[in-house]
Design a protein around this ligand. Structure first.
Ligand SMILES: [Zn+2]
Length: 191
């Protein structure tokens, strides 16, 4: 018999118990390593933690840019480019197209890699691809309250979800003005 919890949430990165044997985890530097790890002193498993990859797109239809209004925390009810955590077994490009379809219903033809943004304070890397929508149809999924295409002049700059979205949009609009799209790699180290 299973008991339903009051609500589900993503587990914290640091586990309390070894996933191999259930023993409480210790945190220290293993022999031959140079940083603290979550270690099981019972079975010997080392529980490595590494950054996570967020993948998304800058979908464009007739010069307008697709934004989705978030129906989930964090940043509920703010506007974002379609993006989400890369899943196991997929490529960054597949993940970006999947997230775009899931969050907006937009079918896109993926373009070039556009931004690669290190966000070390949350242990993430965000990767955005350029994308051309294959039609104007949208069908926002359960993670979005709404989805629509914005003219440059209508972009809700004060209501965007994340700095990675703000900076990716700024780069996109700058490159569009210049008529040359290039990949941008940078870090957002401070809030
Ligand atoms: Zn163990």
């Amino acid at each position: 018999m299973s008991v339903q919890p009051p609500h589900y949430f993503p587990a914290p990165r640091r586990a309390k118990f070894c996933s191999q044997c259930g023993t409480p985890i210790s945190r220290r530097v293993p022999d031959g390593d140079n940083r603290e790890r979550d270690i099981c002193d019972h079975c010997g498993a080392i529980h490595y933690q590494n950054p996570r990859v967020v993948v998304g797109t800058v979908p464009v239809w007739e010069n307008r840019i697709l934004l989705c209004r978030r129906a989930i925390e964090p940043r509920y009810d703010t506007w974002t480019l379609p993006a989400g955590f890369m899943e196991l077994g997929e490529t960054t490009a597949q993940g970006a197209a999947r997230e775009t379809l899931e969050e907006s219903g937009a079918r896109v033809e993926l373009g070039e890699l556009f931004t690669v943004i290190d966000v070390p304070q949350v242990d993430q890397v965000h990767i955005y691809y350029l994308a051309r929508a294959l039609g104007p149809e949208l069908d926002p999924g359960p993670e979005s309250l709404d989805a629509r295409y914005y003219d440059e002049s209508e972009i809700p700059w004060d209501d965007l979800s994340f700095r990675t979205v703000v900076t990716t949009l700024r780069h996109y609009l700058e490159d569009r003005r210049r008529g040359v799209y290039q990949a941008h790699r940078y870090s957002l180290e401070h809030h």
